[in-house]
Design a protein around this ligand. Structure first.
Ligand code: PHE
Length: 340
């Protein structure tokens, strides 16, 4: 049996490819292979020979199977190397880069503000882009003859509804839905019938903020706005309030921040003033609280309307508003890639 063993091992070693090895394997270990038969034969041997013969033959069978497996792995390895050697494929090269998309600059700014305000206890609300005249105007104390109602500005729909011209209608919706104390932000898309140019778009993004509680004052408004602008602009900020008129706030303000580009010295962005108009805000008008179902004798509140589009323009020094909706990849690809 030793001679046979040598011969079988030599046959295995001599197999030059996988197909040849498979043949040797089936000759030896297949259903009617030499070794299979040899093992089967044990049962027909005289009883006293069986244990030893069985052990030996099984050992041989296992040894050959192992030799075949080892040779198979060798041959496969060789085949792979041959294949790789034959082409100029270099497995050590990094794979092709799959470029990820990037977030739209407005999404970047919006996400940052949502994180910031939710960390300060605000809840994030949503509202419909198609609004009723009541929520967009009436409830916000915007009288019939107010210029904002002019068909120049508003996209009216055939059914008497309109595309919201600001996110302020969600102030009313939130007040009606929740009881004070109330702290909400409402990022969203707004529409105005504008002639589109470098600084006007018919679609733009705002983020409304509303806080209603007992004893809320202008000091709370200023503090909240400073905290927000400091985080957004990543620097210490100075703010100032100028009077501003919006029918739904009283008093109403335009809030300016010291210019991030020239640190207040005066430059083209701030038109040499050292200040940049950043957002309108004010104390919620008592009539608006009433329309929201809140007693103005008991509660006060502040509201602000941040132009997300404007903030993104300032942050990224984008000088043409039309780029936001252009879908131009050369523009979009400049923003940080989102890792997959
Ligand atoms: N809704 C106003 C606008 O779009 C902005 C604003 C919001 C002003 C909240 C004051 C308070 O112009």
């Amino acid at each position: 049996m030793e001679a046979q063993r040598e011969q079988y091992l030599a046959a295995i070693a001599a197999a030059e490819d996988v197909a040849a090895l498979k043949l040797v394997e089936s000759d030896l270990l297949g259903k009617t292979g030499a070794i299979t038969l040899l093992v089967k034969e044990v049962s027909s041997l005289p009883k006293e020979e069986r244990p030893i013969a069985g052990k030996e033959r099984n050992r041989l069978k296992n040894e050959l199977q192992k030799a075949i497996d080892t040779r198979l792995a060798e041959l496969q390895e060789e085949a792979l190397e041959r294949e790789l050697g034959a082409s100029d494929f270099d497995p050590s090269e990094p794979g092709p880069r799959r470029p990820g998309g990037s977030l739209h600059p407005i999404s970047i700014v919006q996400n940052e503000l949502i994180d910031l305000f939710t960390s300060m206890g605000f809840s994030w609300q949503d509202g419909p882009e198609i609004e009723t005249e009541f929520f967009n105007f009436e409830a916000l104390n915007i009288p019939d003859d107010h210029p904002a109602r002019d068909s120049q500005d508003t996209f009216w729909l055939d059914d008497g509804n309109l595309l919201r011209t600001h996110t302020s209608p969600v102030q009313i919706r939130s007040m009606q839905r929740f009881k004070p104390p109330l702290k909400v932000i409402v990022p969203g898309r707004c529409f105005r019938q504008e002639t589109v140019d470098a600084s006007h778009e018919h679609s733009f993004y705002q983020m409304e903020g509303l806080v209603v509680d007992r004893g809320v004052s202008t000091a709370n408004l200023i503090h909240t706005m400073k905290t927000c602008l400091r985080a957004l602009l990543r620097r210490e900020v100075k703010v100032r309030l100028r009077p501003g008129f919006f029918p739904f706030v009283e008093p109403g303000f335009e809030l300016d921040v010291n210019c991030p580009f020239c640190a207040g010295d005066g430059c083209s962005v701030c038109k040499q003033s050292g200040w940049i108009e950043i957002l309108p805000c004010g104390m919620v008008h008592p009539r608006v609280l009433k329309a929201g179902g809140i007693d103005p004798e008991e509660y006060t509140g502040f509201a602000f309307g941040m132009g997300l589009t404007r903030v993104a323009m300032l942050r990224y020094e984008i000088d043409d508003i039309r780029l936001f909706m252009s879908g131009d990849l050369r523009f979009l690809e400049q923003f940080p890639e989102v890792s997959g």
